[in-house]
Design a protein around this ligand. Structure first.
Ligand code: PLP
Length: 401
């Protein structure tokens, strides 16, 4: 079963809200008391297929080096000796280390009280919706964008509204401001660079949104480290706007998706609000030790970012040279199209051992930037597909969206 909105794939299950079960021990039929809005929904997640070249979840293709693995292993081993105790629930050392990293990366100096880590930026954002969304409140974003956002809203009983982006996937500022004026959302959620389009939000537009929004404005910078030269981070506006929250992750540029470590930077007041809703000891001692060891090795872990950026820019140029459209990208992926039958292209690539993502606007596909060899395989597969299987069809179609 595929969720058309998220692309999530799961085994079909019975729907417990419509199919009463009979328990032989108790006799009468019983219905699972699932919240009605969850009936028929499937868990979020891209297909985890065993394919040679996996370019579908925007991971960093380069694993940590043996030296970094050894440092992480030593830190985890030391943490293991104290696992009889709960971890530091305030994550003090980690918050200080994250502040140090952000200062080096973006030049913005923040105090540890302005940082808050959790199990992936997914968890950070759900905590933010728990604190600032809720019944009777609205969260607003602009599609196409990251498909988990509506799930945070659903999970926190927050009304979810999406405006549309412009045809080039940038924010349509006039319509965004008029939606904000009309809806008065408690939360505005903007990804920059945006997933799946790769589009960064110009700072002048962010300022305009911050000036108009009555509640908090979350800028999801999961891919910020991949932004092109001269593109600023929203972190530089934190001093001017107490309602601004910037989320980041170690999953992408840091090549640490398996560790599950995301964080936010904001005013100390925002962090204190999130501390109210977090579960006690939400971030394990093992996670904290792993992140600290990784941060101590930032330079090495981030060394591949420049290479991935160059590979991304080359991929955009190559796709355009084929006569395809490719959106400008400040992230580690490229959205390209527009295909008359995008599923045929996705399947054709999969048949050639290359898994990409069928997501985003109709007729477009998203490819994550892999290693040099993986990108070579992607180019060969796409070229083979266009020359052979799809040569008889009208592969591309003018996109009017
Ligand atoms: C825009 C965006 N935000 C957040 C995330 C979640 O990242 P994390 O691994 O930190 O939960 C992703 C993951 O792909 C993403 O694309």
């Amino acid at each position: 079963m595929t969720n058309p909105m998220t692309g999530a794939v799961t085994e079909p299950t019975t729907d417990p809200t419509t199919e009463p079960t009979t328990d032989p021990t108790t006799g009468p039929a019983w219905r699972l008391p699932l919240r009605p809005e969850l009936a028929g929904q499937v868990p979020y997640g891209a297909p985890q297929l065993d394919v040679a070249v996996r370019l579908n979840t925007n991971e960093n293709p380069y694993p940590p080096s043996a030296a970094v693995v050894a440092d992480i292993a030593a830190a985890v081993s030391a943490a293991a000796a104290g696992l009889n105790r709960y971890p530091d629930r305030e994550c003090a050392e980690l918050r200080a280390a994250l502040a140090g990293f952000l200062h080096g990366e973006s030049g913005v100096r923040l105090g540890p009280e302005q940082l808050w880590p959790a199990n992936g930026s997914n968890e950070v954002m759900q905590q933010l919706l728990q604190a600032f969304g809720g019944p009777g409140r609205t969260a607003l974003s602009f599609a196409p964008t990251y498909s988990m956002y509506p799930e945070y809203a659903r999970n926190t009983h927050t009304e979810w509204v999406t405006g549309r982006r412009a045809a080039d996937f940038s924010l349509d500022l006039d319509s965004a401001i008029s939606l904000i004026d009309r809806l008065q959302p408690s939360v505005v959620l903007l990804a920059s660079p945006n997933n799946p389009t790769g589009t960064a939000l110009p700072q002048s537009q962010l300022r305009a949104v911050l000036d108009a929004a009555p509640g908090v404005v979350i800028v999801d910078e999961a891919y910020a480290e991949f932004r092109r030269a001269g593109v600023p981070s929203a972190l530089s506006l934190l001093a001017d706007y107490p309602q601004l929250i910037v989320t980041r992750t170690m999953s992408k540029a840091f090549a640490l998706a398996g560790a599950r470590l995301g964080y936010l930077a904001a005013s100390a007041e925002v962090v204190d609000a999130v501390r109210i809703v977090r579960l006690p000891y939400h971030l394990s001692a093992v996670s904290q030790a792993t992140a600290l060891a990784a941060l101590a090795n930032s330079a090495e872990l981030l060394a591949r970012v420049r290479q991935l950026r160059a590979e991304r820019d080359a991929t955009v140029s190559w796709l355009r040279s084929l006569g395809l459209r490719a959106a400008d990208s400040d992230a580690n992926f490229v959205l390209f199209g527009a295909f008359a039958d995008r599923h045929a292209v996705w399947q054709g690539l999969l048949d050639r051992g290359v898994l990409i993502r069928e997501t985003g606007p109709d007729r477009w596909l998203r490819v994550s930037i892999g290693s040099t060899e993986e990108m070579r395989a992607f180019r060969a597969a796409l070229q083979d597909l266009t020359v052979h299987d799809l040569a008889q069809q009208d592969l591309t179609e003018e996109d009017s969206a």
